[in-house]
Design a protein around this ligand. Sequence first.
Ligand SMILES: [Zn+2]
Length: 432
Amino acid sequence: MEFFETLQNVWTVVLQYKWLTALVIFGVTSFVIYRLVDFLQYLHTNKFPKPDDIKITDDAFKDKKRRKSSRSMKTIWKGASSWGGQLVFITSIPFLVHWCNQKGITDGYVYMILMGLSFLLNLMLSKLFPLWTPVRPYACRAFQNEKTLQPGNMAFHFWGIVSWSVPAYFFWDYFQVNGWIGSVFFIVISQLIQVGLFIYSIKKAAIPYLEYPGLSDNFKKNMQKYLKEHGMRDSEVGVLRMNMGPNAFATSLLGYKQIVITEELIQGYKDPTNPEYTLQLSEDTIEAITSHEVGHIKHRHVEKGITMGILISSAVTIAVYHLFSADPSNYVLFKEGTSQQLLLYWGQSIFNTMLLYPITFMMLFISRRKETQADTYLLNSNGCKNGKDFFHQIRHIAPVNNLSLWHSCNGTHPPAHEREKRMLEWEKEHCK
Ligand SMILES: [Zn+2]
């Protein structure tokens, strides 16, 4: 009997809060599209022919194909379980609050329990799929292989939750709906601190390239000249010894900036799934890669990314404050007198889950555009330094191209084969 009453109540909420229903439909649809695209990627991978412009044995190629195909199949389940986990969490919040209230736990403690649970959930799920957390403050992502239970990752998720929940709790208490101003202010401050700390720690870890023994004097001379012409200091380019694979990235905040290249990029990188291949770049190519990173700094890509992140988080926060300001008892299962902050928390969790895929899609679109811009900068300033070779070599490690639809949904950078082709054509036209 009570069950049917609950169902009836849920239906009343669906009719009364049409925006909430629309948000959920939007979120579920985007989730389904992502999984469908995963499946298409799986089919595409299985029939992808060996490219004829790279040197790889049939066996190695077959093995790469098999791995990629099984990876895309796994993504379907990983994505489904991580998003499903979040869905279970948001639907169980009203029940959890109800249960805690019955046990006599006060709302302030319930709020803390919810924060703890989301922290654990985020930690667990971050391994399965990059959750929507504050924008990571760098241009080229380098930490994809990060371990879950690692101080950096834990601190990141802890901060993501605390920096939203704690201000929201107090600002609502004092200012109710108008408290969003305080929360938004806090989002801005929190983002700036986060990026500042990130740049500081990267600067501390990087070995200035002029002091790095693995680079030739000729490279250093060229680089010094290039950096001077492009308004960068020598101390702002360094080498990172951190086991992050062959990579480079740039980060900046209003003139406080750093470019790093990883040691593997300079010394060579053994392909873990193909012992016959080692990625080995010439110093010219490394110089070209550095020019790409200078491009990120010149275009202020990190600052733009932070601004975008602040705008999105703020818009969501304002929406949560306004849309979830009604009496909690209007929503099924929240009893009369439940503190408004618990409803806010619930609202924020719903938004996070429902907007995960749409925001990911949009952010990745922007990210790929930035990468193309940085490549343009490379071509215009150092286009004849064989930058294309990096992509040519990367294609030996990842020889199976993604389905372009899948790449649009998941790629942080334009496809390597397209970037290589673009640079090849540019070279033909401009270099001797
Ligand atoms: Zn880049």
